[in-house]
Design a protein around this ligand. Structure first.
Ligand code: ADP
Length: 258
């Protein structure tokens, strides 16, 4: 238990540090990107334009990284509201296909009806996209990505929490990729743990997934073995159908108070 507390404190300290740097860095980046855009517009020759474009491209990558750092450190407050997980998945389908490329087939199988939960929509999208990007990176030679939802009873526990009873929405992201060794599985959710080459991975994707899901009162489970693909399961407490509306009103009231 002491080890777990130490680990949690370490994660929190890293998160605060990363968030602080990301915030300041983001301000600097805004200036760099603004100037690069002006430069691109006013550049005389083709070569100058090309160089300005390179600055813009690199800046965009840096901006994406700082967004991820900020999401991870959760300096961006969670704004939970009632939403339908099916709808979130459907809305992301185009972006998922674009992210994943032609060489990977995408299947989705959504639970009939509504899959109502209380969560921050932006953060839930981030969770799904992080899992999708990891799945893509695990299938360089092609494969199949499956996104599915189901209405289930109860969520499994993990090292930090006991199992939770009651209705849940289960969101599954499955790939047929390279899978993971027991060693990787052990460190998976730690911030900055990555097996990707320098510059490719931040090691923040799954730490973010874990943090967001925990804050929403849910649980994450993962099944994987080398060369046997990977399945991520996200469990979120399900809102009963007849309380959907009540939850909506509550959300509106609390955001009105801000
Ligand atoms: P990053 O993607 O930046 O490396 P993550 O926290 O998202 O950071 O993932 C940590 C590590 O977990 C990855 O580097 C990879 O080794 C492993 N991993 C995550 N998802 C998968 C997957 N779907 N298949 C195989 N390995 C995975």
């Amino acid at each position: 238990l002491e080890e777990q507390v130490r680990q949690a404190q370490k994660m929190e300290a890293i998160g605060r540090l990363a968030g602080g740097i990301a915030h300041d860095f983001n301000n600097i980046l805004t200036v760099i990107l603004g100037s690069a855009r002006d430069l691109y517009r006013s550049a005389g020759g083709a070569e100058a334009r090309e160089l300005a474009q390179e600055v813009l491209d690199a800046g965009d990558r840096a901006a994406a990284l700082t967004r991820q750092l900020l999401a991870f450190s959760r300096q961006q407050a969670l704004r939970p509201r009632e939403l339908d997980v099916n709808e979130v998945v459907r809305d992301l389908e185009k972006m998922v296909r674009r992210l994943i490329g032609e060489h990977i087939a995408v299947t989705s199988a959504l639970a009939p009806g509504r899959a109502a939960v209380r969560a921050d929509p932006g953060q839930l999208e981030q969770v799904i996209l992080n899992l999708v990007v990891n799945a893509r990176d695990a299938m360089p030679g092609g494969g199949r990505l499956t996104l599915s939802t189901a209405l289930v009873d109860g969520a499994p526990g993990d090292a930090q929490r006991p199992p939770t009873p009651g209705p849940h929405v289960l969101l599954t992201v499955r790939d047929t990729g390279r899978g993971m060794s027991a060693e990787v599985l052990e460190h998976l959710f730690e911030p900055f743990f990555t097996t990707k080459e320098r510059g490719k991975g931040t090691g923040l994707g799954l730490a973010t997934v874990y943090g967001v899901v925990q804050q929403s009162g849910g649980a994450v489970a993962v099944r994987s073995a080398p060369d046997a693909g990977t399945t991520f399961e996200i469990y979120l407490p399900r809102l009963p159908e007849d309380e959907d509306r009540a939850a909506d009103d509550e959300g509106a009231a609390s955001s009105g108070e801000r």
